[in-house]
Design a protein around this ligand. Structure first.
Ligand SMILES: NC(=O)c1ccc[n+]([C@@H]2O[C@H](COP(=O)([O-])OP(=O)(O)OC[C@H]3O[C@@H](n4cnc5c(N)ncnc54)[C@H](OP(=O)(O)O)[C@@H]3O)[C@@H](O)[C@H]2O)c1
Length: 223
């Protein structure tokens, strides 16, 4: 697939690198530093290059939106025409100092985003894990080592309205090394976004480090 990265920071830089190493064509965009985008592209491998948000959006099969909530309008404007595009958003609707959600309960960042770009196909994914775990998940899946968790991959929830866009998201989630868990329509982001804050709390305030993922397990029902 051709994947445009809108926001090449902790999440976009790492996920873009992993997508490229998994065999996708990747365009890194939206950083204060062009040199940083070029370095990311060089280090990600031959399928990656640096560009503008408009370059990233052009001919993309999917775009990863990975900017702070305060930068969403700016990057969307720079990406220009997003009609029909699959937008996978890991962006959480955080306040300026990243201490709380500015949209919650009655809506979600993902739903607000979908309203801003009604012709795009928004899927919410990847916001429920810290960036620090991404390379480890990818490496474990690639190496075939399944020593932890009874051979199962960690879970990653995603939600959205459009079946085609969700299929693309599930493929990319799987390429990173997670088991995709379809949580339903986009309004379920009202639950996944606060859940992401729980994971962040455990990752950044716990004493076991930030490289944390989660795994849902279904058991046989008993009376
Ligand atoms: N970090 C995590 O573990 C994590 C986990 C789950 C969800 N999220 C969510 O994912 C989103 C991205 O988080 P992140 O941690 O990846 O953020 P980040 O590291 O700050 O990355 C944001 C990117 O946007 C770029 N940017 C910001 N302002 C810009 C401007 N004025 N002009 C051009 N580029 C600009 C940054 O440029 P530079 O390259 O110059 O810094 C950076 O590449 C956020 O909504 C966050 O809530 C993050």
């Amino acid at each position: 697939m051709r994947i445009g990265i809108l926001g090449s920071g902790l999440m976009g830089g790492k996920l873009g690198t992993i997508f490229a190493r998994a065999g996708h064509e990747v365009v890194f965009s939206y950083s204060h530093s062009k040199a940083k985008l070029e370095r990311l592209a060089r280090e990600a491998g031959s399928g990656a290059r640096a560009g503008t948000p408009a370059d990233a959006a052009k001919d993309a099969d999917a775009l990863l939106l990975a900017v702070h909530w305060s930068r969403v309008d700016d990057v969307l404007k720079k990406a220009s025409d997003l009609a029909g595009k699959v937008i996978i958003s890991c962006s959480l609707p955080m306040n300026a100092d990243d201490t709380g959600l500015v949209v919650a309960h009655k809506s979600s960042g993902a739903e607000k985003l979908a309203k801003k770009i009604p012709k795009a196909r928004v899927v919410s994914a990847f916001s429920t894990v810290p960036s620090e775990v991404l390379f480890s998940v990818f490496e474990r899946a690639g190496s075939g080592r399944r020593e932890a968790g009874n051979g199962k991959r960690p879970s990653l929830v995603y939600c959205g309205e459009n079946a085609r866009a969700k299929k693309v998201a599930a493929q990319l989630i799987s390429d990173v090394g997670f088991e995709p868990v379809d949580a339903g329509p986009l309004r379920i982001a009202r639950y996944t976004e606060p859940f992401a804050l729980l994971v962040a709390q455990l990752a950044y305030e716990g004493d076991r480090g930030p490289a944390l993922a989660y795994r849902f397990e279904w058991f046989e029902e008993r009376d």
